[in-house]
Unconditional design. Structure first.
Length: 344
């Protein structure tokens, strides 16, 4: 069986440029490598059959048979495509196509411009309460939609929260990425073996660290609360080596944010006491409840005024070039301003 041209790049996907001009699946002309995950590689590609100029450049995710072989991995990617296609709205990445080409399952998504929150944290040590409220409102809005459909993400983390530039002036919107390990009530069989850890260790809920822990919507809310804690204080509440992280998540109390960052209000400590409760029953019942509680702490009116005074989160996108997950530079008065990187 002839191999797809890009299969030889799975060993070193960032080695490009790609030499072959043969389109993948007959329509996707691979341009450059973007990222590599636990199951697949993501490339930027030119869709030769795109119906609009808007969808001409796409993100092509292909299952990597070298790290995720077998039927289980193929089924997980198929389920990711099914879940992602069912999620509609501005806080989700649009699925444009999915299928199998020469035994390689793939999904194509809209190509985003901007950066992940994880990338943003590399140059922005801490965010203001108003900026954290902006993140929470948008992420919670996406999770509320997913949860209403019986979908639990299971891997909410800074790497899966994307600050995308949507408008011509770079107006940002947060998008929740990668539903590859999500659970859905629609699926009859389980792909996760008992005792298998799913998610990013620093952001796992206590129930995710247990061999037979029951994961629910409140597990996602825990993970989102850890993201907020990291954004607000500049440090993760649970850190160290893997075993220490998991043990700490299961039994250790979180340092009060006001002790980590002097000047934060005691009400914020109370918010995180509930949001990071070890027992899921004691956490916020829904994404909306969590948002309302944080709004009350920050002060919705004061928070919005502060956000306006600081400048709404923005990602600067020059009109004459595409910015590919560019590094961002924090500039005075503009919390999320991306410094574009030109690709040659």
């Amino acid at each position: 069986m002839p191999r797809a041209p890009l299969i030889r790049y799975f060993d070193d996907p960032a080695s490009g440029p790609l030499e072959s001009t043969e389109p993948f699946a007959g329509r996707y002309l691979v341009q450059r490598w973007i990222a590599q995950g636990g199951m697949g590689c993501v490339w930027e590609a030119l869709d030769l059959a795109a119906e609009s100029e808007r969808d001409r450049l796409v993100a092509l995710k292909v299952l990597n048979p070298k790290v995720a072989p077998g039927a289980r991995a193929r089924e997980r990617l198929r389920r990711e495509a099914a879940v992602a296609t069912s999620l509609q709205g501005s806080h989700f990445v649009r699925v444009l196509d999915h299928g199998v080409h020469e035994a390689l399952p793939f999904i194509t998504f809209e190509l985003l411009r901007g950066e992940t929150l994880a990338e943003h944290f590399r140059h922005a040590e801490r965010l203001s309460p108003a900026q954290c409220l902006w993140i929470l409102r948008q992420a919670a809005s996406a999770l509320a939609v997913a949860h209403s459909m019986g979908i639990v993400h299971r891997d909410v983390s800074p790497a899966n929260l994307f600050l995308a530039a949507e408008g011509p002036l770079g107006e940002p919107i947060l998008k929740v990425l990668d539903f590859g390990v999500a659970t859905h009530a629609f699926f009859e069989s389980r792909l996760t073996a008992p005792g298998m850890l799913i998610g990013s260790p620093h952001y796992m809920s206590p129930e995710q660290t247990r061999p037979r822990g029951v994961v629910s919507e409140r597990s996602d809310l825990w993970s989102l609360a850890v993201v907020l804690y990291r954004a607000l204080t500049g440090r993760r509440p649970f850190d160290g080596k893997m075993a220490r992280i998991l043990l700490s998540i299961a039994r250790d109390d979180v340092a009060k944010p006001s002790c980590v960052v002097p000047g934060l209000r005691p009400e914020i400590d109370e918010f995180f006491r509930v949001a990071l409760a070890k027992d899921a029953k004691h956490r916020f019942a829904s994404a909306n409840d969590m948002t309302v509680a944080f709004e009350q702490v920050v002060g919705a009116v004061a928070g919005e005024r502060a956000a306006r005074e600081a400048g709404a989160p923005r990602v600067s996108i020059p009109s004459d070039e595409i910015v590919h997950c560019g590094r961002a530079a924090l500039k005075a008065g503009r919390p999320f301003v991306t410094s574009p990187v030109r690709q040659s």
